[in-house]
Design a protein around this ligand. Structure first.
Ligand code: NAD
Length: 498
């Protein structure tokens, strides 16, 4: 059995000896086991990080950027292997796994520009003979706790920015697909990073709590489900850390009567069912505006969904693969039961799906539910599977209200040919990321990623200048160089520039 170990200075040994199984979701077999670490292991990682971080922070930004440039080249050279490894543990198809790596790589590309983005501000002559300048300094040691659904992209969102800014970084990836994060850390070392700058500790709640309680970890970035995000946020902040914690989602796609429905159906199929719906920016709720739009959309959606090909993750013709674990498959199917019991119409039923030749794989067939209402629990909660729900809205106002009133506020999309309606919607909707005729509006790496409401706790987004702000603290210097003649200043009265 393959074993996945921690990637810490001084070797992976130690820890309580607990392990967690890593599935191959396509076959339903356990393909590896991963070590689960404890506080003692974290202590070793923190000690190594403390050792290396001050010199890294002193290394000029251009040299730090060169490591990022070499890392980028190594990722590109290893793209196929990384994607195959990722796909075998996660279950997403290989091309989609390449997208997972690529979207993380784009943050590394942004981090290559760290000399430019780290420049501070300067005011000459803020007062008589007084200049003021500010600088951004690293926090010291940062940690990232990441979910299973983007095992390459999300770690790179975090450590790309944190390390380029001068921090050392400890990554605690999901125990469900831990191999790619370790591979990234190996490649980072090969790119010329000093040993200990990026370490990977595996684990579950025990390790997460150790991170949240460790006095030498100054910043924690979390991405996962909302209840755990909230818990991580509270415990981390209580311990004096800077914390950003992204949570779950239930993204809506609004379809206006004038939308190009063929385009919408094509976009929806990928956004709702791609990666088996296990994306925080998936579109699991579609909101046609008006009964006529709903009927026309439903008519086109049914054959498109029935035509989807579910396959093993390395089937090049599959639209999507299995879900991540047998427990998750069972949970998704229970949500379909709940929706049915709540009165939703099960138009296409993906329960009990079995793939010939891979009967033990964790597959869920594509599912379409109609006449879903905001009162239903299956609407209010995240399903995180290949299930598309139709919620019919009477008019534009109701379509703005639905995503705005939902507990989650990660992403939302509107499909229309009417620029005025789109502009109005983008301005008014109570959601953090908006797509206009763009089904998955994940912002590019030089903007930033973050939802609202229960989709994100904390006030700083991931990557871009927001990410830089999160991983650095501002120091502001007010200076004067008196010429000895005396300027009559008097600090008994609070100094002003007046
Ligand atoms: P999860 O919350 O189960 O796990 C996330 C991390 O928390 C993992 O590293 C896990 O080991 C750790 N963890 C699990 N249980 C814990 C506990 N009791 N205490 C402390 N830590 C614990 O999430 P997941 O199933 O891996 O990922 C899917 C979820 O992540 C979905 O809700 C999805 O919407 C969300 N997500 C959000 C974003 C975003 O940016 N908003 C992005 C991707 C995924």
């Amino acid at each position: 059995m393959r074993h996945v170990d921690h990637f810490v200075v001084g070797g992976a040994g130690g820890g309580a000896g607990r392990t967690h199984r890593v599935w191959n979701p396509s076959t339903g077999e356990v393909q590896a086991e991963v070590s689960l670490g404890d506080a003692a292991l974290l202590e070793r990682a923190v000690a190594a990080a403390k050792e290396v971080q001050p010199a890294w922070a002193k290394t000029n930004p251009q040299r730090r950027a060169r490591v990022m440039f070499r890392f980028k080249e190594l990722i590109e050279a290893n793209m196929q292997d990384l994607a195959e490894l990722l796909s075998s543990e996660h279950g997403k198809v290989v091309d989609d796994a390449k997208g997972d790596v690529q979207r993380g790589l784009e943050v590394i590309e942004y981090a290559c520009g760290i000399p430019q983005v780290l420049k501070g501000e300067y005011t000459l002559g803020a007062g008589p003979g007084i200049d003021v300048y500010s600088m951004r300094q690293p926090l010291g040691i940062g940690a990232g706790i990441t979910p299973f659904n983007f095992p390459a992209m999300i770690p790179m969102w975090m450590f790309g920015m944190a390390i380029a800014a001068g921090n050392a970084f400890i990554l605690k990836p999901s125990e469900r697909d831990p191999s790619v994060p370790v591979r990234l850390a190996e490649l980072f070392l090969e790119a010329g990073a000093p040993e200990g700058l990026l370490q990977v500790v595996h684990g579950d709640k025990e390790m997460v709590d150790a991170i949240l309680d460790h006095p030498d970890i100054a910043g924690v970035s979390f991405v996962g489900s909302s209840d755990i995000a909230h818990y991580v946020y509270k415990r981390g902040v209580e311990n004096g850390k800077r914390v950003q914690a992204m949570g779950g989602a239930k993204n809506h796609g609004i379809v206006m009567p004038d939308a190009d429905l063929d385009q919408v159906v094509n976009d929806l199929a990928g956004a709702a069912f791609g990666s088996a719906g296990e994306r925080c920016m998936a579109l699991p709720v579609v909101v046609p505006v008006g009964e006529d739009t709903a009927e026309r959309l439903r008519e086109k959606l049914i054959p498109a969904i029935e035509g989807l090909r579910v396959g093993v993750s390395n089937d090049p013709d599959a639209h999507y693969g299995p879900v991540v674990t047998p427990e998750h498959k069972a949970r998704i199917e229970r949500w379909i039961d709940t929706a049915e019991a709540e009165g939703a119409e099960v138009v296409i039923d993906g329960r009990g799906f079995s793939l010939q030749g891979h009967e033990n794989g964790f597959f869920v067939g594509p599912t379409l539910l109609d006449r879903v209402t905001p009162k239903m629990e299956s609407y209010r909660e995240e399903i995180f599977g290949p299930v598309l729900q139709i919620v019919r809205a009477a008019d534009f106002e109701e379509a703005v209200r639905l995503p705005s009133d939902h507990q989650y506020g990660n992403g939302v999309a509107i499909f229309t040919r009417n620029g005025h309606a789109a502009r109005e919607f983008a301005a008014r909707v109570n959601v953090g990321m908006v797509g206009i005729n763009v089904p998955i509006p994940v912002p590019v790496s030089y903007h930033s990623f973050g939802g609202w409401k229960r989709s994100a706790f904390g006030d700083t987004n991931q990557y871009g200048t927001e990410g830089l702000r999160f991983w650095t603290k501002v120091k502001t210097v007010t200076q004067r160089w008196p010429d000895g003649a005396g300027d009559g200043s008097n600090a008994f009265v609070i100094p002003t520039m007046g």
